[in-house]
Each structure stands twice: as C-alpha cells, then as structure tokens.
Design a protein around this ligand. Structure first.
Ligand code: 13P
Length: 354
C-alpha cells in the first residue's frame, strides 16, 4: 500500500472524531511493536523519525524500516513523518527521500535550541509548505515553545527544544496568532504549546489545569476549528513502568506525564495528532532491565528485545484504543502523493483557512 499523507489521515480522523498517536521510531523493535499493535486493533499508523533517530539509525536505515513496515502490513495506511525539521533544507531532504509528511519547526532557530521570532517562523514554514504541497507532502508547523508552566523552563530533549527560561507568551500558543500563522503558511497541522514538554520530566505531580492548559486547546480550536492541532510531549509516563525501571536497578526520579484522559479531552477539541516517544522508551527500558535481572545467564539479545517489543506493543494498543483509532485502518484508501499534489494545485485542499 502507498504511504498516506498526514493531511489525508488527519482529515479522515477529524471527520470520524478521533486522534492519532504519532510514535517516534529509531529501531526495528519499535517499528514492529507499533505495527503489531496497529494490526491487532485495525488502526492507521504514523511513524515519525526525529533528527536524533536519523543520527542513531542513519537516514537509510530509518527510511527502510518504515518502508519495511509498509511492505509487511500492506493493509494498514502508514504516514511516514519527519519530526522537528529545524530548517527548510532538512525538510527538503526528507521530501526527497520519500517522507509523506514533514514538520517545519520554525518556533526554534536552525540550532533547534534558540527560540525564533514570529516572522522567521512564518517565512520558513511558508517556504516548506509551498514546496511540500507541490510534491503532495503534508506539513506540520509549530507555534509556541514547549516547556514547563510549573517552572517556566523550556524543554530540551534529544537535541530539540529551547534551552533556559521562557516567557509565558512563548510557552502558550496565542489563538489569534495561530489563526494568522495558519493563514500565512498554509500548514496542514499545527503543533501548539500548552505546558507539555518532551521527555519524562514534565510535571512534578499529577498535572492540574493551571500547568496543563487544555483550556487553551479549546480556545485555539474555537478560533481555528478547521485546523488539525498537534500535541507534542504527550507521553503519559506510565507509573507502572517507572516503578519497574527503579525496581530493577534503574534510577529515575518521581515524575508525571500527560494523563490519557486529558489527551482524550484534547481530541474532543481538535487535537488530531499526539506525539509519543518517552512512553515507549520507558516500556522498553523497564522490560529489558526486568528480563536481564530475571535471566542473568541470558546472552541472546533477541530475548530481551522481544520483551521490549512486548512492553511497547501493550502501550501502543492502549493508545490506539483510547484515542479512537481502532477499526479505521481498513476504511482508508491512501491517496498517492502525486494525486495529493494535484489536489493542492486545484485548490481542493485549500489549506484550512479560518
Ligand atoms: P514525549 O517525550 O512526551 O514522548 O514526546 C515526544 C514528542 O513530542 C516528539 O516530537
């Protein structure tokens, strides 16, 4: 089956009132876990590769892992998305190598750390959208910087994210500015800042509405109801995996993530893509630690990697079900990128201008 564009997938999700988890992938075990979970729940899939993943696996390995998933599961629509492209050049290279969707993160400068100004963000995002749409490829933009509303600290993880203290107006996306941004850039989806951050250390206690601003999602959605919203930093930091990691020799501090029920509330208000990386890392680490503790004589990596896959798969299944994706894979026929480019050119996919 051809890869699906993010735009087609999120349009379908919006029509059918569900949200898509977008899982970060770096290796075969993650890809297999996600695909097995999708197969068992009949869910469409977004597999996304970050700059960190490209550095770890190499662009060719990453691309072929995703293409292998498409070959092994021809009945499941897969969007191959590039996460946090920090410059137009990074995005253009991903388009060239066959990604069906890219993210131009112009909220940060090219170093992936320094917050940019609004005009820079509009300029780079618009340039990427113009070229990507000509290729039938979708574009996610970002407005606002991820970071903690508890501390005002920005959230750098895996080489992406602002560093240091940020102002409130950087940490929270402004609905009016979001409307202008979508209009000027023609992005297909918009990542917003509402108090979530990448990595495991998001909240020091179970988050309340003052530090996890679901109300801001509602305001943005009310202002731009036709724009697909994206929640980054949306791992739930499963407490059971945190306990397992620490029980078997790990040393992670007490921390909390984004509760699944809050994400479900977001999905009711325009959130269509939910980025998840940390949860799978935690399940994988916990499962490997436990296996190596319980079977100290084992020296076959396949055995502990299989445990890692099993742990990740359970999380993926739970998210597919909680976000409402189950049962939809078989109902979607991907439109090829060439046809998508014709649709953009004909104005039929006129960017969702509110
Ligand atoms: P988590 O670290 O919460 O999994 O977020 C991942 C992410 O947003 C990738 O872009």
């Amino acid at each position: 089956m051809a890869l699906i564009s993010l735009r087609q997938l999120l349009d379908y999700a919006a029509e059918n009132d569900f949200g898509m988890p977008a899982f970060n992938v770096n290796n075969m075990e993650q890809v297999k876990a996600i695909m097995e979970a999708a197969d068992e729940t009949n869910s469409p899939v977004i597999l996304q590769g970050s700059a960190g993943a490209r550095k770890y696996a190499g662009e060719a390995f990453l691309r072929h892992l995703i293409l292998a998933a498409a070959e092994a599961y021809p009945h499941i629509p897969i969007c191959m998305h590039q996460d946090h492209g920090t410059s137009p050049a990074v995005n253009f290279r991903s388009i060239q190598s066959g990604f069906s969707s890219v993210m131009m993160d112009g909220s940060l400068m090219e170093d992936g750390k320094t917050p940019s100004d609004y005009d820079y963000n509009v300029d780079v995002t618009r340039r990427v959208a113009e070229l990507a749409h000509a290729c039938g490829v979708s574009v996610e933009g970002e407005l606002g910087c991820l970071g903690s509303l508890e501390t005002g600290e920005a959230g750098e993880e895996d080489g992406i994210g602002a560093v240091g203290k940020l102002d409130m107006d950087q940490l929270l996306t402004d609905p009016e500015q979001a409307a202008d941004f979508v209009k000027q850039t023609a992005v297909d989806a918009l990542a917003i800042a509402i108090g979530t951050s990448h990595g495991a250390y998001k909240f020091t206690k179970k988050p309340t509405g003052d530090v996890l601003r679901i109300d801001r999602i509602k305001e943005i959605n009310a202002r731009i109801p036709n724009t697909h919203l994206v929640m980054h930093g949306s791992s739930s930091v499963p407490q059971e995996w945190l306990a397992i990691i620490n029980q078997y020799g790990g040393d992670m501090g007490q921390t909390y993530g984004v509760p699944v029920e809050e994400i479900q509330e977001g999905i009711k208000h325009g959130v269509r893509k939910v980025n998840i990386d940390t949860d799978l890392r935690m399940a994988s680490t916990g499962a490997v630690r436990r296996h190596l503790h319980d079977a100290p004589s084992n020296f076959d990596p396949r055995k502990f990697l299989a445990e890692a896959s099993k742990g990740m798969k359970e999380i993926c299944k739970a998210r597919y079900e909680a976000f409402g994706c189950s049962g939809h894979a078989a109902k979607i026929t991907p439109i090829g990128l060439e046809e998508m480019s014709n649709l953009y050119a004909s104005g039929k996919l006129d960017p969702k201008i509110n």
